[in-house]
Design a protein around this ligand. Structure first.
Ligand SMILES: *Cc1c(COP(=O)(O)O)cnc(C)c1O
Length: 352
């Protein structure tokens, strides 16, 4: 209300700076730059590193499409790498063979809230002189050995879309410890306007600003961050107690070095393929349980490069995301779990 009543309703105003400062502290990094959404944050960071035509950027094949689109928007080529079945994140051991003389960056994605193996990725990137942009859109508050994601790569990007762990309706953020990079992001975010000559532009920029109104929401969300993250974790624990030990079902797995932010509860069902999974999801929605399929491998999209990524292709077909909203109650999770067990049984028997 203060942001509305202040009259500063666009992207100038105290809440933008406050949200940036507080989000940087939340990630335990030096700087943060707020953007209009997570895709803009990815695109802006790539542009700030000068990535474009003729360059290649390595990323996991399994991610939300924005990761590849942001690279394509710069004119560079996304190169898809397979994932690890346990973490659902890029397999560091498979990155090396994707590197060419055109490779400029790696974008690990902390998928569904599980952090990618940043230690191995950073070691490789430093040896090969590549930028690392963490796509942390799904992993606010996730940790590796007690350190928050957002502070491992050269920079990281976040999304505050309505279904993410923290939200501003639409919104995004770039985090980094690199002063020069952050200054470049700020300049490019605001039409690349010269800092000492108003309405003068030396290069092509963008309007990727977040509004003061959205930033005020972001500050309020940050005040509740531990409560919101704990609710996701609690949801997962409740699902785990009901579905965890069941034959043929597998929930999110978390490595011992990781703290999962459980953006999504991931359920993998043995023996599924795309058709059987569609039946499963249809039968669940008939009893009021809305689910989502895992992302498709991005290499399957008609406009994106192909890739030989068997794990991504297999996992993509057997997974669904169960309701994860922070307001879910124990009775909801009882009901959802009951229906999942019944419907999975039916779909499997039907096929046997
Ligand atoms: C949500 C998401 C984005 C994009 O965020 P928007 O705010 O929707 O633009 C990027 N990458 C991943 C992995 C995401 O899940």
């Amino acid at each position: 209300m203060d942001a509305v009543q202040s009259g500063w309703i666009s992207s100038i105003g105290k809440y933008v700076t406050r949200f940036e400062d507080e989000f940087a502290s939340f990630c335990r990094v030096s700087y943060a730059v707020a953007t209009s959404n997570g895709t803009a944050a990815l695109h802006l960071s790539l542009k700030a590193y000068g990535i474009g035509e003729g360059d290649e950027v390595i990323m996991p094949d399994l991610s939300f499409i924005a990761t590849a689109n942001a690279v394509l928007m710069t004119g560079a080529k996304p190169v898809f790498c397979d994932i690890e079945a346990e973490t659902l994140c890029i397999n560091p051991e498979l990155i090396e063979e994707k590197i060419t003389s055109s490779t400029k960056a790696i974008i690990p994605v902390h998928l569904y809230g599980h952090p990618a193996n940043m230690q191995a990725i950073m070691k490789l990137a430093r040896a090969r002189n590549l930028y690392v942009i963490e796509d942390a859109a799904e992993a606010h508050g996730a940790e590796i050995h007690g350190q928050r994601v957002g502070g491992f790569g050269d920079c990281a990007t976040f999304s505050f879309y309505g279904n993410k762990n923290l939200t501003t309706g639409e919104g995004g953020m770039i985090t980094s410890n690199d002063t020069d990079f952050i200054e470049r992001c700020r300049m490019l975010r605001d039409h690349a306007m010269s800092s000492n000559k108003r309405y003068w532009h030396d290069e092509l920029g963008f309007n990727y600003r977040l509004t003061n109104l959205q930033a005020a929401l972001g500050c309020a969300q940050l005040e509740r961050a531990s409560e919101l993250l704990a609710a996701r974790r609690h949801n997962f624990e409740m699902y785990k107690a009901r579905l965890g030990g069941c034959q043929g079902l597998r929930l999110n797995r978390t490595m011992d070095w990781a703290l999962n932010s459980y953006w999504m509860v991931c359920l993998e069902v043995e023996g599924m393929d795309e058709v059987k999974r569609a039946t499963l999801m249809t039968r669940l929605i008939q009893v009021g349980v809305d689910t989502r399929p895992y992302f498709y491998p991005m290499s399957k999209m008609p406009y994106l490069p192909d890739a030989d990524t068997p794990i991504s292709h297999h996992i993509s077909q057997i997974g669904i995301n169960l309701p994860t909203y922070v307001g879910l109650e124990e009775a909801d999770i009882d009901y959802i779990s009951e229906q999942v067990l019944r419907v999975v049984g039916e779909v499997k028997n039907h096929n046997d």
